[in-house]
Design a protein around this ligand. Structure first.
Ligand code: PLP
Length: 434
C-alpha cells in the first residue's frame, strides 16, 4: 500500500498526539500529505523524513531557508557565537553589526528593533502607528496574512466568495474560535489591488486610520504581484493623510532583494517587518522604520520588549545569512530558476490541457488550477483546491515537497537539475491526469 511510505511518520504522529495538541507545534504542519510528517534532516535543497524518503524541498520551512538547509557558514557562525554566550539581558556587538547591515540595505530601516517572529513585529508596527497618529484603526486587505494574533486573524478564511459581500464593505470571518470579538473594530478591510477603492475608503475613514498594512506581493494567497502603480498609490495616500504605510515583508524581505520588496519596487514605506528569510530558520524578526516613526520607540513612548530578543544564536544566524547573500548574490539565479520552472509549468499545462495557472515573481510562485489568474483574494476563491490537493499529494509521493496551498520557494541551494526534476515530476503527474 502506497501510504506505507509514511509508516514511521504515522506511528510518531500517533505518539505525538498523546502529548502535543493535534500532534504538531503549528497548525499548518498538520496539513501535509498524507498527514503530518516527521523529518530527520535537511541539506541544501533536500529534506529527508523518518521513513527515509528524500524530497526536493520547495517549502523551505515556509520561507526561511533562503540558503537551503544546513548552510555551513550559518551553522559555524551559530556554533562559534553561541559558545561565547547565549543571552545576556543586555547588548552585544553583533546586534549593532546586524542592524548596520539592515540599515545599509533596506531603505526604510533608519532605526529598528529585533523581535522573535513576524506576528509580534506586526503588532509593534501597529503600536507605533497608533502612537504617532493618535488614531486607532489600520486598513488591511482580504487574504493577506499578518500572523496569527487576534486583530489580524480575520479576513483570511471565508466560507465562499459570495459570503464576502460587497467590495466596498466586505464581510470578514474570524479564523478561529476564541478570537476577541472586539478586535473586529481595530481594522477596515478591502479587496487588494484596487487603488480607487482604497482612495475612496481612506477619504471616508482617515480620521480613524493610523496605518495601511500590505504585503507588497500577496504571497499568502495566489502570490499575486501588485498592479502597476498600486504600491505607489498607497504611498501617496498615506503621505497625503499622515497615515503609516506598513509593508509586511515577512515573505518578500531578503527574498525579492536584500533590501526587500521596497527596494525591488522602489517604494519606501514608513515601517516594515522582516522575518522568515532573515536567519535561515532561527527565530528573529525586525520592525524597521523611518526615524520619524521609530523615534517613539527610541524615546520609550512606545514600549517594545522581549526576554528572548537578540540571543547570540539568532543574531549570528541572521548576520551569517546576510553575509552569504551579500557575497554569493544568489538573487539573479533565484529569479531565473523560478521563472524557468514557471515557464516549464505553462508549457506542460498547454501540452496536457490542464487548467494550471502559475503566478509570482520567481523566487516564490504559486501553482493553482483555475480558468483565469486571480488579481485579489476573491479571485483565489475560484481556484480548484481539491485538484491542487491531489497534485501536491502526487508531487509529495514523487519526492517533491511544495506548500499545500500551492506556494513554492526557491533557495540559493536549488540548481537547474532541481528545477528540471520538479518539472519532470509535474509532467508525469499532469500527463496521467488528476
Ligand atoms: N506576515 C506574513 C506576510 C507572513 O507570511 C507571516 C507568516 O507566514 C507572518 C506575518 C507571521 O509571521 P510568523 O509566523 O513568524 O509569526
Amino acid at each position: 500500500m502506497q501510504n506505507n511510505r509514511y509508516q514511521k511518520s504515522a506511528e510518531l504522529l500517533a505518539r505525538s498526539k498523546k502529548v502535543l495538541a493535534g500532534g504538531v507545534a503549528s497548525e499548518f504542519r498538520k496539513y501535509n500529505h498524507p498527514h503530518a510528517i516527521f523529518y530527520s534532516g535537511g541539506k541544501g535543497s533536500r529534506i529527508t523524513d523518518v521513513d527515509g524518503n528524500e524530497y526536493l524541498d520547495f517549502t523551505l520551512s515556509q520561507g526561511p531557508l533562503i540558503l537551503g538547509h544546513s548552510h555551513p557558514h550559518v551553522l559555524e557562525s551559530v556554533r562559534a557565537y553561541s559558545e561565547e554566550g547565549q543571552l545576556y539581558a543586555g547588548q552585544h556587538i553583533r546586534e549593532i553589526e546586524l542592524a548596520e547591515k539592515l540599515n545599509k540595505h533596506i531603505p526604510s530601516a533608519e532605526l529598528m528593533r529585533f523581535c522573535l517572529d513576524g506576528s509580534e513585529a506586526v503588532q509593534t508596527a501597529f503600536r507605533i502607528a497608533r502612537a504617532k497618529t493618535g488614531k486607532s484603526k489600520f486598513l488591511r486587505f482580504e487574504g493577506h496574512y499578518h500572523g496569527w494574533l487576534d486583530n489580524v486573524a480575520w479576513g483570511i478564511s471565508t466560507p465562499s466568495e459570495e459570503a464576502l459581500g460587497s467590495r466596498e464593505a466586505p464581510q470578514v470571518f474570524p479564523w478561529s474560535q476564541g478570537i476577541s470579538a472586539g478586535t473586529r473594530d481595530e481594522f477596515v478591510i478591502l479587496p487588494w489591488n484596487d487603488l480607487e477603492l482604497v482612495r475612496q475608503t481612506v477619504a471616508q475613514h482617515h480620521h480613524e486610520l493610523a496605518a495601511i498594512i500590505t504585503e507588497p506581493i500577496m504571497c499568502n494567497n495566489g502570490c499575486i504581484v501588485p498592479n502597476e502603480g498600486f504600491l505607489q498609490g498607497l504611498r501617496d495616500i498615506c503621505t497625503e493623510y499622515g497615515i503609516a504605510l506598513i509593508f509586511d515583508e515577512v515573505i518578500t524581505g531578503f527574498r525579492m532583494h536584500l533590501g526587500g520588496a521596497q527596494t525591488y519596487f522602489g517604494i519606501t514605506p514608513d515601517l516594515a517587518i522582516f522575518a522568515k528569510a532573515f536567519a535561515s530558520g532561527y527565530p528573529i524578526s525586525a520592525i524597521v522604520g523611518k526615524k520619524d516613526w521609530m523615534h517613539l520607540v527610541e524615546e520609550a513612548k512606545v514600549i517594545h520588549a522581549g526576554t528572548m530578543n537578540s540571543g547570540n544564536p539568532t543574531v549570528a544566524a541572521a548576520f551569517a545569512t546576510i553575509e552569504v547573500l551579500e557575497q554569493d548574490q544568489p538573487h539573479e539565479r533565484m529569479f531565473r530558476l523560478g521563472k524557468k520552472i514557471m515557464a516549464g509549468f505553462e508549457k506542460i499545462a498547454a501540452e496536457t490541457g490542464q487548467n494550471l495557472i502559475v503566478q509570482g515573481p520567481g523566487p516564490m510562485f504559486n501553482i493553482a488550477f483555475a480558468d483565469a489568474p486571480a488579481n485579489d483574494y476573491r479571485g483565489t476563491l475560484r481556484y480548484d483546491k481539491a485538484k491542487l490537493g491531489r497534485f501536491v499529494a502526487a508531487l509529495h509521493d514523487a519526492g517533491v515537497r511544495i506548500i499545500g496551498r500551492g506556494l513554492c520557494y526557491i533557495s540559493a541551494a536549488h540548481t537547474d537539475e532541481d528545477a528540471d526534476a520538479f518539472l519532470k515530476a509535474a509532467e508525469t503527474i499532469l500527463s496521467r491526469g488528476l
